[in-house]
Design a protein around this ligand. Sequence first.
Ligand code: GLU
Length: 373
Amino acid sequence: MVLSAISDFSEARRIVIKIGSALLVRSGKPATEWLGAVVEDMIALRKNGAEIIIVSSGAIALGAARLNLPKGGRASLADAQAAASVGQVALAQLWAHALGQRDLTAAQMLVTLDDLEDRRRYLNAAATLERLLEAGAIPVVNENDSVATAEIRFGDNDRLAARVAQAAGADAVMLLSDVDGLYDRDPSQDSAQLIERVEGVTPEIIAMAGEGSSSGLGSGGMLAKLQAARIAERAGITLAIINGTEEHPITACLKSGRGTVFAPVRADNARKSWLGGRLAPEGVLTVDAGCVEALEGGASLLAAGLIEIEGDFQRGALVSLHGPKGQRLGQGLVEYSSEECRAIVGLKQDDQEAKLGYAPRAAVVHRDHMVSG
Ligand code: GLU
C-alpha cells in the first residue's frame, strides 16, 4: 500500500521511528514516562503488522549531564565523543528497560557514516537488521559517536534514520520532532502555515527550512530533516515529520493526521538507491552542456564531455557530477582515478589510449553506476 497521508502510517509494513534528544532527555534526565507511552504507540503499530526499527539520539545529552559538560556536551568533538561513550550506556539501558517492561527485546546497533557508504558494509548492516526483525527484536540504532570524527560523521540522526530505512527496505520513516512539521516560513511567525504534503524536496522547499532546531540539544534541525526526506523520497519510502512532544505522540498523529508527509518521488532499484543516498563524494566532475543533455537522456558520462576535475580520488570513488554553471546533476562511481580523469579531460575515445597507456574503459561514469539529483 502507498502511504500518502499520516493516517496511512498505521498500515506501514516496516517503519523507522526516529526520536531526537530534545524529546528523550529533558533537563538532563530521561523522559521515562513519555518513553513508556511511545513504546505503547509502537506496540499498537506492531499489532497492525508493522515491524519497527528505532533510531534514537540522546547519548550525547545524557552523557553530558552525567559528566557535567558544558553546552550539552557539544562544546568540542572530544566532549561530544566522551559524552556519547557515557550516555550510550544509559541510552541502551533506557530502551532495554522501556521495551523489556512490555516484553519486547531491544537490540543495539551503532553505526558510522562509513558503515553505510561502503556497499559491502551496508549490506552487512542490512542483513543484521533483517535478522533482528525476523527474530522479533527491535533494533535501536544510533550513530557510533564516540569514534566518529567530523569527516566520517552523519552528525544528525535524521539522515541516519533515512539511510537505515533504505538499508532495511522499510516503507516508512517517522521523525519525531519538537514542531508539528515543515512550515512555509519561520514557525514563530503568526502567518506561518504547516505544509501537509511535499512531493519532492525542491530548492523552494529547502528555503522554508530556516536555521537550526529550537531546542539546541540535538543537531538535527529542519534542514537535516529535509535532507533525510530527500534520501527517503528517492528510495520509494514515505517520510513524515510529526510533533513528538505530546503523550502518545504517534497514536495522536495517526488520529489527527497532523504533520508533514513527504511522498516518494521514485523507486530506484536497491543498488541505485544506496548510491543515491551516499553522502560523502570524494571529488567533483564538471561536464559541458552537451554532456548534461546526454546524461539527461540516460547516457553514460564520457571523457569528451569533461571540463574539470576536482579532488583526489581512486577508481571506484563516489564523485559528484556538475554542469558547466556548477549546478549539481547527480553522483556516481568513477571508473578512473582523479589523475587519469585529468589526463583524459575532453578527449574522444580514440585519443585516450595514448594518454592512459592502455585501452580506455567504456565510460568515465557508467550510467548503471550513476544517479541523478
Ligand atoms: N547521535 C547523537 C546522540 O545520540 C545525536 C545526533 C542528533 O542530534 O541527531 O546524542
